[in-house]
Design a binder for this molecule. Structure first.
Ligand SMILES: [Zn+2]
Length: 620
């Protein structure tokens, strides 16, 4: 009968919210837990709740939920039966760490830029040997107007954009999702840095759209990548493989239609000329995709090449997404009709969460934003869907030993399961904003608890965040784990995470008998569990940025509602004062610091930046 591990969010826990953790123990009765400050003094205590077998983790565990946290600083530990958790931060230090994480997560997308000097790394794929692209990348289309007799396509200028993952492929569908996430966050927070990064990806999509002189005018190239796979390590500018443009696809084209419509909206105040161009481009893309409704990217096309297939033979959801963005931009009935005609169930799509192949939730999140842009009924319906699925996710989080919102019916963890957790976190965060119900925000925090260490590996899935954190991702440039002359992974990068498919040889050899949530290995050879992508990191940037922004909102602290000054609130922030700590309101005695300590904190006013942001139309 032993207690073996105490698993916590190694980043930490912000003030006013409970500390949630998982204890691996085969003792069946509740165990005493103690929260210790950096000097080793116990500042709060309680008992665990036996959970039983956590099937995903393959372990018998207890869970614990503390009263709202009131400590400050770093180096705190949770102790159960003399077993210590890794250290974590509390209070302001945790909130600040979320802000840093949001910046780091967004910065990584910039580090994935192709075609430009990045943080001292030479520009990749700008036709400087040994690179062979991307200034003129040939396609294989028999009717390409740039085709020369017997010599094939002369090539297309596809420089720029982002490398999608640990290799040098650039994919329109994942670029579109990344652009959308960054623009969505910028739209809600007013952060123009995110908008600038989004534009880098959007400009690539604009370049990948075929000109009006082409038989497939308006369609978008699906991808550009190497003809053969390269190995690790490999700096982008040293990639010697020829490049190839994958045939245009309807999915990629709807992706451009969606993010260009979104860009037309969010750029309107910053750069009206660019916004106008995006509006035109979106319209052209929408018409082109409607005219070529079934041009699918296939597995066969990618077979034997150096790129992933990113195949998709159901583009109803991409059409829905583009229609939702165009409806939000123009208000035209045509697009609302197209959304209905797609015949998709938004609630079902939200339950699964978005990825590059399933994008209904993105359209739904835009629809939910404001009745000022869309029909009030569409916004109401979208918000109701977010609340419904948000409540289901809360139940799932509570039912699982490690507090994950991800619980596939067959128990099989899929590729990029960490991104699924982030997709659910996005749903919960939006539900919190649109309903004002603090429980959804607690759920969003729980998702981050899980990723940042409260999981079956006990390892933070984000590089640089936690004393036990992923540090050896599958990446050709951040490849210090395979070659010391290469740089280590930058901080704030989320790895793919547990994947019971075990599609790579390292995972297959090391994890064959592991339960689903332990099907992860911090090894650069495991691309199926330990690769990184721009889309996953964009989701991390959005979620951690949302959390940081909400934590910095001027709300009254727990127990101080009557004595403190009224907080300044601008814009449609519908959260009531004191809601941040409501889960444990009035239950602080004996566990947390005295109420006096919390009341001494004055309500914070928004900084200038926040004030700008909160005058925006969203409750971010
Ligand atoms: Zn061509």
């Amino acid at each position: 009968m032993t207690t073996r591990a105490v698993r916590v969010n190694q980043l930490g826990y912000p003030a006013g919210w409970p500390l949630r953790a998982t204890v691996v123990t085969d003792v069946d009765r509740p165990r005493a837990w103690a929260l210790r400050d950096p000097a080793g003094r116990t500042t709060a205590a309680g008992t665990t709740r036996p959970h039983g077998l956590d099937r995903a983790a393959g372990e018998v565990v207890h869970t614990l939920t503390s009263p709202p946290v009131s400590g400050e600083g770093t180096g705190w530990k949770l102790v159960v039966d003399d077993v210590e958790s890794p250290p974590f931060a509390l209070g302001r230090a945790a909130a600040d760490a979320y802000r840093t994480l949001a910046a780091d997560a967004a910065r990584f997308i910039g580090l994935q830029r192709s075609g430009t000097l990045v943080a001292g790394r030479p520009a990749g794929h700008v036709d400087v040997p040994p690179n062979r692209g991307d200034g003129s990348v040939p396609c294989k289309r028999p009717d390409c107007p740039r085709r020369r007799f017997l010599l094939g396509c002369r090539g297309h200028d596809l420089r720029g954009g982002w490398y999608d993952a640990g290799d040098h492929g650039k994919y329109a569908v994942t670029t579109a999702v990344t652009v959308w996430l960054l623009q969505h966050a910028a739209e809600r927070s007013g952060d123009t840095q995110l908008l600038d990064e989004a534009r880098w990806g959007l400009e690539f999509l604009l370049d990948a759209q075929l000109p009006l002189t082409d038989p497939q005018a308006g369609l978008v190239f699906h991808a550009v990548h190497d003809v053969r796979w390269t190995g690790l390590p490999m700096r982008p500018d040293q990639d010697p493989e020829p490049r190839m443009a994958r045939a245009p696809s309807t999915a990629a084209t709807y992706g451009l239609a969606a993010v260009a419509a979104q860009a037309a909206r969010v750029w309107e105040v910053h750069d009206p000329a660019f916004a106008g161009r995006c509006r035109t481009v979106s319209d052209i893309a929408w018409r082109a995709a409607t005219h070529h409704p079934v041009v699918y990217a296939t597995v066969a096309e990618a077979n034997g090449t150096g790129g992933g297939p990113y195949d998709d033979d159901d583009v109803r959801d991409e059409r829905y997404w583009a229609a939702a963005e165009l409806a939000a931009l123009t208000g035209a009935e045509e697009y609302r009709y197209a959304m209905l005609q797609a015949g998709l169930d938004p609630i079902e799509a939200l339950r699964t969460g978005f990825d590059w192949r399933s994008v209904v939730p993105l359209g739904l999140l835009t629809q939910a934003l404001s009745s000022g842009w869309t029909a009030a009924s569409a916004a109401t319906t979208a918000r109701a869907a977010l609340a419904t699925v948000g409540s289901e996710l809360l139940a799932t989080i509570d039912a699982q030993g490690h507090g994950t919102p991800y619980a596939p019916d067959d128990g099989h963890y899929g590729w990029g399961s960490n991104a699924r957790v982030l997709a659910h976190a996005l749903t919960l965060g939006a539900a919190a904003d649109h309903t004002g119900d603090h429980r959804y925000f607690a759920g969003e925090l729980a998702c981050l608890d899980h990723l940042l260490g409260r999981n079956a590996s006990g390892v933070s899935q984000v590089t640089g965040y936690g004393t036990r954190a992923a540090s050896r991702p599958h990446h050709r440039f951040y490849a210090q784990a395979v070659d010391p002359s290469y740089p280590p992974a930058p901080p704030g990068v989320v790895v793919g995470g547990p994947n019971s498919g075990l599609e790579d040889p390292v995972a297959a050899a090391e994890l064959a008998t592991a339960p689903p949530q332990k099907c992860w290995i911090d090894d650069p050879g495991s691309w199926a569990t330990n690769e990184v992508t721009i889309g996953w990191n964009a989701a991390l940037a959005v979620v951690s940025g949302h959390v940081a922004a909400r934590l910095s909102l001027p709300v009254l602290t727990v127990g101080c509602a009557r004595s403190a000054r009224p907080a300044v609130r601008r814009g449609p922030v519908r959260r009531s004062a004191g809601s941040r700590g409501t889960p444990g309101r009035g239950r602080t005695a004996g566990h947390a610091a005295p109420a006096r300590a919390r009341c001494s904190r004055r309500p914070r006013r928004p900084s200038t930046a926040r004030a700008t942001a909160t005058t925006a139309r969203s409750p971010w």
